[in-house]
Design a protein. Structure first.
Length: 427
């Protein structure tokens, strides 16, 4: 054997020994990269898969929108963190989803106004038989699902010219969102940017009443009795009103109940008793309609699970939310009301905002992005993240952390240095 061959063998052995020595450091580096970047990778992959299913190749716009946003940031910052990448992904997903799904201007408002006009004309308001398809007359003739005390209000609004009413309503909704987000602790720049987040944008564009009812949740720490009025708009809002019982806030609870009773008594001479029966029949008919048209479930868990499983998850979530008190308990109940919604559309996620705000920045942006992916499993995973943070240490913001997420990530969280929503006086 020649000297060159022996030298080559020794060099090979030295190279192998050097690689073995560097392997732990290399594996540690790869583990650190995977730990830091798994969120952007997972969110990006889900977004690509979902947008690729969109007809007309509209979903192909997501990568260039994200790339453009990233280039603009890199031009200023020179580098981006994994959490910043997720924030840019959410921005791109929200813009594209808003573009794809936004249709039927003020659809839900027009349903309310049609019901109000029928009430004023002494015509039938509630749909008490199951629907097997959408009404041919238009989406404004979809079932009206709100309690009879709301009818005189929508009846008066129906007398206003439709175009003017649309403008007034959307202006009121935008104001309601901004006031709500400011009450939760967001700075103006974050509150304005949140208007394009898909759940909020869809609620605004459709004119859904979930937007003004968000005010009841946002004001709960100051005007708790308002929570009792929530079920007039959405029955599942009754879950949030349990916070008053949990807090033993008997005076606000009594005030809210008296106000609710007063509204019922005051409107009863206008509505009569029969609309109450029709309202209940209408809610039961909706349950039957869902069997014919699963799309009526929206993105609710009831669409994908048997009734017993959905009921068990809803009950567990409500009980777990009631396990804690204070502002954290209120945020949990807002999320629990979303999980427990039999029919859930993406604008219903606005009630999960306080729970999402309690997440650390990287989890917040992941949940916000998944909520923008409008079909299974995006929204459902977002709810799962919100609930998981109740039990998994490190997912939620806690007292004693450096700015809750650390000084580097603090600007990426809408609450900034605040640990949880609903800042107390002086925070």
């Amino acid at each position: 054997m020649g000297h060159g061959t022996i030298r080559d063998m020794r060099q090979g052995e030295d190279g192998e020994n050097a690689f073995e020595a560097r392997r732990p450091r290399l594996l540690s580096s790869l583990g650190g990269v995977a730990k830091a970047w798994w969120g952007p990778i997972a969110l990006g992959a889900l977004a690509l898969v979902w947008f690729s299913t969109e007809p007309g190749r509209r979903g192909l716009l997501w990568p260039p929108i994200f790339a453009l946003a990233a280039v603009l940031v890199l031009a200023v910052r020179r580098r981006v963190s994994p959490t910043e990448v997720m924030a840019l992904q959410v921005l791109a997903a929200a813009v594209l989803t808003d573009y794809i799904q936004t249709r039927d201007w003020q659809r839900d408002l027009h349903i309310y106004l049609t019901a109000g006009a029928n009430f004023m004309n002494h015509a039938a308001v509630y749909t008490t038989t199951a629907l097997q398809s959408q009404p041919k007359a238009g989406v404004e003739f979809l079932p009206f699902l709100y309690a009879p005390p709301t009818l005189p209000f929508f009846g008066l609004l129906s007398e206003i010219p439709r175009g003017l009413m649309d403008v007034l309503w959307i202006a009121g909704l935008v104001a309601a969102v901004l006031v709500s987000l400011r009450a939760l602790g967001l700075a103006w720049r974050w509150a304005l940017l949140a208007l394009i987040w898909t759940p909020i944008e869809q609620g605004l564009y459709s004119g859904n009443i979930v937007i003004p009812s968000l005010l009841l949740l946002a004001a709960a720490t100051r005007i708790g009795g308002g929570l009792v009025l929530g079920p007039l708009f959405k029955p599942q809002n009754g879950v949030v009103s349990l916070w008053l019982v949990r807090e033993r806030a008997w005076r606000p609870l009594a005030t809210g109940l008296l106000l609710l009773l007063g509204l019922v008594v005051a409107t009863l001479p206008l509505t009569g008793f029969d609309p109450w029966r029709q309202w209940i029949d209408g809610l039961l008919a909706l349950q039957q309609s869902m069997q014919y048209s699963p799309g009526l479930y929206g993105v609710g868990l009831g669409r994908y699970l048997p009734l017993w499983a959905f009921a068990a998850i809803a009950a567990f979530t409500v009980v777990a939310a009631l396990w804690v008190s204070g502002r954290e308990g209120l945020a949990r109940l807002g999320l629990a009301s979303v999980v427990a919604s039999p029919a859930l559309y993406i604008h219903g996620f606005v009630f999960a905002i306080p729970a999402f705000l309690r997440l650390r920045a990287e989890w917040l942006w992941l949940a916000a992005g998944l909520a923008c992916i409008g079909q299974w499993p995006g929204p459902q995973l977002a709810l799962g993240i919100g609930v998981a943070a109740w039990f998994v240490k490190g997912m939620a913001r806690r007292e004693g952390q450096d700015g809750a997420d650390g000084a580097a990530d603090r600007p990426l969280h809408p609450l900034g240095s605040l640990v949880e929503p609903w800042p107390a006086d002086g925070e």
